[in-house]
Structure formats: C-alpha cells, structure tokens
Ligand binder design. Structure first.
Ligand code: PLP
Length: 371
C-alpha cells in the first residue's frame, strides 16, 4: 500500500546526515532539532503555534484537555473513521456523540452535526478523511453560533487546503481553534516511528497544550495541571525536517496517482471514484473506491492479491458498531451511509512512489475483474 523505502532513497544522504547529527548532539528529547522543525512547520502551515507531541492520538487528547473539557461533556465526531478520535473522548470520560457522513466526501456534514447538538455539547471533532477537508466553514459557523469548540482531526489531510467561499485558503488543521495531525510513517508527512502535532493560532491554548504535553509543567517541577508525557523525539523531528520541503511534491505525486486511477476507472460501471468537494483540495492520503451493490469485495481483494496488488478496507466497522463503543443510544441501521460505506469501500495502493508502470498494472488488473 505504501513504499517508504523508495521515498527514503531519494533523500538518503541528507536523511542519514540529519539523523547522524542528532546522534552526535546526544540531544534526543526536546532540544534544538525539535524547535527547528516546529518553526519550519509553523511557517509552512501559516499558523502561530505548532506543538509537537508523541503521536496523532495524543495530539487529539491533549487538545481536548487544553480546552478544559470535563467528564460528561459531549463531543460530536463522525462514525465512519479511525478509532483514535472516539478513543480519547472515551478515555477522558467525555461522551462521544456520533453522526453519519456524506456519501460523496465520507466526511461529517453540518446538517448532521446540527441535529446532534444538545445543551451538553462542547466540541465538534470533524475528521478530514482520506485527505480532503470536512465542510469546515459550515462547521465553524455552527460552533460559533452554539459557543462550541472546533477541533480538526487533520491526521490524514496534512498539506491540503481549505477553500473558503470568499476564495481565501488556509492549511488543513488551522480552521478550527485547534488542529491535530499524525506523523505515522505512512501519513502524508511521515517520520520513521511515531509522531504528531497540534496546531493553533491561540497563544493561551498553545501554552496550555505545551504544558499538558510536558507533565502539566510550565516551570520545571512545578505542576500546575494534570498532564501527560507526550514528546516528539529529536530523531523524528530531524526526519520530518528533511521531508517537509518535499511535502508539496509528495502530495502532487499522490494527486497524480489519483488522477490516473480516476481516468482508468471512469468507464467502469461497478465502482464510484472519489469526489472532491469544491471547498477543499485533496491530499489523497487514501484512494478509496465505493463498489456497487452486489460486488463481492472479498473476491475482488483475493483477485487483486493473486496479482500481487494489495488493497485495504478503511474502515470495515463504523464506530457505533464497534464492540468497545457499543452504546444503547445507537443501533445497526442508525447511520446508513457509514454502514453502507463500511461494506462497500476498497482502498488501492497510494503513495508518493507509484510510477506509470505500476499504475498501469494496477488499473488494468483491477479492470479485468469480472464482477
Ligand atoms: C492516523 C490517525 C490518527 C492517529 O494517529 P497516530 O499517530 O497513529 O496516533 C487519528 N485519526 C486519524 C483519522 C488517523 O488517520
């Protein structure tokens, strides 16, 4: 599904030097390399504060802690997503409230969210799924009206842009009061281990989040609040700092692969190719097709595997049907779009190193499946 080694080979000398210099400096935790990367990422995103943390899941957790959410507060999130969002909501004793998603963009809609708001709602956490942004301008209008917080899960949308109705654009993850991303190796900007970051333009929240990520300290050994230990390693910061100048090229490669797939599959009657909403660019973290009713997905996956082509199902079970998150408020059938997607989506190889030959082979093989 990804080819991280070929990507590494293209920057090998620079990368080896960067990692070596961290080892030579022996500043493995915090230190100048992390600060350097932080500053470069702030410049790239056009955001006042980047707070580097240990992974994307903890980025969301720390953001919700910094906002002062209390046990029992409701947080609205989509049911068709990776588990991390609901997980930290549950761990903090908050109440996850899930909503269905749009059948074309796979993201939550403002209409669905509006119906789920109660007096206990405190935050909305949209997931910018597969690389395109949720309708953030509409969601922002909703949180402003109801005095809530908008926290973006931008773990898959790093490097994409949100386009406002007036034509202005901002980096994904910087529309909400806080945005969270992951540097997991296969993400759009991936390190060589775990990593993550929080983005915000709010000085006070940045200070709080920084303190929470560092055991609730502002002055050493003075703990003002309950925190966690969540740091980006200096070696990971060095890796990310080498890759950041290439991020726009990486995204162009993904978009090119997506265009190739779209072109190849447009005449295929039994798949629906991804739609890109007018208010966003698409970083194509994943390339995800929706199969028509009656297509045997396991048979298709086995057919592709036979030809040496990996495929994945992101995500086979929506949140409200996960065993750990079963809730008497929700039953099967409550979120028909998410449930339909869970049983009909299939994702194809998507990364920065797909060449024409590979793309040709994948698409020709895919098209030779007889449903
Ligand atoms: C990857 C991902 C996360 C979690 O990031 P980690 O760094 O793996 O903790 C959260 N949300 C979404 C949508 C993701 O894709």
């Amino acid at each position: 599904m990804v080819d991280l080694h070929s990507q590494y080979e293209k920057v090998q000398d620079e990368m080896d030097k960067a990692i070596r210099s961290v080892i030579d400096s022996a500043a493995f935790v915090k230190g100048p390399k992390v600060t350097e990367f932080q500053t470069h990422l702030e410049q790239y995103l056009g955001v006042r504060h980047v707070i580097p943390v240990a992974n994307g899941t903890e980025a969301i957790q720390i953001a919700l802690m910094a906002l002062g959410l209390q046990p029992g507060d409701e947080v609205i999130t989509p049911t068709f997503t990776f588990i991390a969002t609901a997980e930290v909501v549950a761990l903090l004793g908050l109440k996850p409230v899930v909503v269905d998603v749009d059948p074309d963009t796979f993201c939550m809609t403002a209409q669905q969210v509006a119906k789920a708001i109660t007096p206990k709602t405190k935050a909305i956490v949209p997931v910018n799924l597969f690389g395109q942004n949720a309708p953030l301008e509409d969601l922002k209008a909703l949180v402003d009206e109801h005095h809530l917080f908008l926290v973006e899960d931008a773990c898959q949308s790093m490097g994409s842009h949100y386009i406002f109705r007036d034509g202005s654009r901002v980096s994904s993850g910087t529309v909400g009061i806080m945005g969270c991303t992951s540097f997991f190796p296969s993400k759009n900007l991936g390190c060589y281990g775990d990593g993550g970051a929080i983005f915000t333009n709010d000085d006070l929240l940045a200070e709080k989040a920084r303190s929470i990520a560092n055991h609730g300290m502002t002055v050493r050994y003075h703990h003002d609040r309950v925190g966690v230990n969540s740091r980006l390693d200096a070696i990971q910061a060095a890796v990310l700092d080498v890759k950041l100048p290439h991020l726009d090229d990486y995204i162009r490669s993904r978009q090119h692969a997506a265009d190739f797939y779209n072109e190849a599959f447009q005449s295929l009657s039994w798949v629906k190719t991804p739609s890109v909403a007018p208010y966003t660019t698409h970083a194509f973290h994943q390339y995800t097709l929706v199969l028509s009713d009656g297509i045997d997905r396991p048979a298709l996956q086995a057919f592709l595997k036979e030809k040496g082509i990996p495929s994945m199902v992101y995500y086979p079970i929506p949140l409200h049907l996960q065993k750990a998150y079963r809730d008497p408020r929700y039953a099967e059938g409550d979120f028909p779009v998410a449930e339909h997607l869970a049983s009909h989506v299939i994702s194809l190889p998507m990364h920065t190193e797909l060449d024409e030959e590979q793309l040709n082979y994948i698409t020709e093989s895919f098209k030779s499946f007889h449903p």
